[in-house]
Ligand binder design. Sequence first.
Ligand code: NCD
Length: 271
Amino acid sequence: MATLFYEPSTRTRVSFESAMYRLGGTVISTENAREFSSAAKGETLEDTIHVMSAYVDVIVLRHDERRETHTAARAAEVSRHVPIINAGCGRSQHPTQALLDLYTIRRERKEIDGIRIAFVGDLKYGRTVRSLCYLLGKFSSVQIYFVAPTALQIESDILAYLDRHAVRYTQTESLKKIISEVDVVYMTRIQKERMPGGMSGIDQSRMEQSYRMTVTLVKQLSAYGTIMHPLPRNSEIDTLVDAMPQAAYFRQAENGLYVRMALLETIFAHH
Ligand code: NCD
């Protein structure tokens, strides 16, 4: 397996690599492909993939392209013999994160049908919420709350998708108002590095106060509630929350290993 990462990553790359080793495979890794691969010499992604696909049996790709949202698909087109796994594509998609998020919801709550889930924080520039919405659209009676300031609300293509799949959703600016009504709270960090004009137009300190999970807030959540976060976290979850039973984010990150093992095994079984 080759991991070709043009953007920073800890969990995704390491869990993919660990998964491959645990299945008995081996790994060739480029963790800063922007600087350390031939991209620095001006090679196109297409040429890199074309060549790499002759050296390995599967390619895990994280690309940072901002204008082009279909880099993983572009790579899959030129890969001669081997599958491409999308390990995060700009601000567009992060499908394997969505798989492990869904698995985590099932493990923590037994059921996915009928869950009430709040997505909190930067829903505009984050990609994990977008991908999880696609998967939630496959289940029934899911209710979604998008909790964010207007400038960082979820984009309309996702709402249109949810409409087509008859998923109920509401948008709100207030986490406090809805926290007692949900089963799962999915926190996200502000994606500063993806914002075109930096943080201009966004009141960061207000944002950090209003969209922050604290012990007081967790007490308003059901005792059986589940708090998730794709990680890395900044200040949006108080570390005091970590010891509370509702805090599922470290279990969620661990699940990434098992889900990626299952994914690799499924791919090799069909290839
Ligand atoms: C996320 C990502 O890369 O989109 N991280 C991850 O893969 N667990 C979330 C983030 O960077 O905020």
